[in-house]
Design a protein around this ligand. Structure first.
Ligand SMILES: Nc1ncnc2c1ncn2[C@@H]1O[C@H](COP(=O)(O)OP(=O)(O)OP(=O)(O)O)[C@@H](O)[C@H]1O
Length: 265
């Protein structure tokens, strides 16, 4: 059972010759329990990626504690899988070898590795593409490879930084549904950053709304739309639900206050 804990976490990027010091996160407290699907939304610069980088172990806090299962995070680890908007696949490797990359580094025996890669490709609907080069795949298929690669090592938590941000609307919707099905099947704790309020509301069981300067968690919401989707309701009817629309307006008001400044979310 995985559990993420942030205790009064601050991240300050020091001033440089050309820039002032930035408080990317200011005394952030957060507790995420196993099997939560946490979505994170907020204006550009509110500290979303900084939060994910702390959990991935790419960054250390300036103050406070970041822990996974009560153990402080000191650097990257196989128990944390990461998916980025640009999936950083190796173009000279085929799909299966890209998915196997971490397993190869970890020294997993070949047969076991092949079985695991086969399972993960099956999960993301790419069974027939194991021998394709990644440049032969569409953007959506490449993101599926990135997701399969992150799942291959069977991480406890999955960290996703705008994984669907570069995709067209239809591909994005189908991958949202795939990600929910994988989440249900694999039972991971997920942290998912997005700029789309609709996506954040649809996918999350816990929505984290952040505000900038300094980066803070403004409010969190417990949500049930994704569970209702997995129980059989259609995505379209959920997104038209009055509760969904009311929450969308409420969150929009925090991110883009009416009469306030109107930067990109
Ligand atoms: N390595 C760094 N050095 C200096 N400042 C940084 C660094 N990384 C991030 N920042 C600053 O910290 C703040 C938070 O950045 P972060 O990337 O976490 O925001 P974000 O919410 O993910 O933004 P976006 O939605 O645009 O990706 C921003 O003001 C950013 O300019």
């Amino acid at each position: 059972m995985s559990r993420i804990e942030l205790d009064k976490v601050s991240v300050v990027f020091p001033a440089s010759r050309h820039t002032e010091a930035v408080t990317a996160l200011d005394k952030v407290d957060l507790l995420l329990e196993a099997e939560t699907f946490a979505t994170v939304i907020g204006r550009s610069g509110c500290g979303k990626t900084t939060l994910l980088n702390l959990l991935a172990g790419f960054l250390a806090p300036t103050a406070g504690k970041v822990a996974l299962d009560s153990q402080p995070i000191h650097g990257p680890g196989v128990e944390r899988g990461v998916v980025f908007q640009k999936n950083a696949l190796m173009p000279w490797l085929n799909v299966a070898d890209n998915v196997a990359l971490g397993l190869t580094f970890a020294g997993m025996p070949k047969q076991q590795r092949q079985d695991r890669v086969g399972t993960c490709l099956d999960w993301v609907g790419l069974s027939g593409f194991a021998n394709h080069r990644v440049y032969e795949l569409s953007g959506g298929m490449q993101q599926r490879v990135g997701i399969a690669r992150a799942l291959a090592a069977d991480p406890k938590i999955l960290l996703m930084d705008e994984p669907l941000g570069a995709l067209d609307a239809l591909t994005r919707e189908s991958l949202q549904e795939l990600i929910l099905e994988l989440w249900q099947k694999a039972g991971k704790l997920v942290l998912f950053i997005t700029h789309s309020i609709e996506e954040a509301l649809f996918l999350g069981t816990r929505l984290i709304v952040m505000t900038p300067r300094p980066g803070k968690i403004h409010k969190t919401y417990d949500l049930s739309f994704s569970k209702r989707f997995l129980a059989g309701e259609s995505a379209r009817s959920l997104k038209a639900d009055p509760d969904f629309i009311a929450l969308r307006e409420e969150v929009l008001e925090v991110i883009h206050p009416r009469g306030g400044d109107h930067g990109e979310p």
